[in-house]
Design a protein around this ligand. Sequence first.
Ligand SMILES: [Zn+2]
Length: 114
Amino acid sequence: MKSSLKCNCGQRIFTRDVMQQGFYVRRFGPSFVYLKFRCSRCKKLGEHYVKQEDWDAGMLKDGALEISGSEKVQFESMGKITIDEMISFHYELENLEGLEKIADGIVREVENES
Ligand SMILES: [Zn+2]
């Protein structure tokens, strides 16, 4: 049984409730995955810090399927967002000069994949 993230009211938090996700790298001690969410039941905003070693993207998955079969195949072929990807995104954000650069980077990434 995977661990799950919960709101203070006890409601489980799923991917669709997450408004912001980040990664905190600390020089000493464990790094953390940061999640900001809005609870689907009580509508309150909350935050979670999950130790990197405890983090699993499956924590946010709903057992009930809510995407279509073709989407599921597409998402699965893309794979999970790995910690490495989150770390590189974190550093890219730090080096960011403007939104144009992000858009440019995304376009280039798509071209490279094909
Ligand atoms: Zn709640």
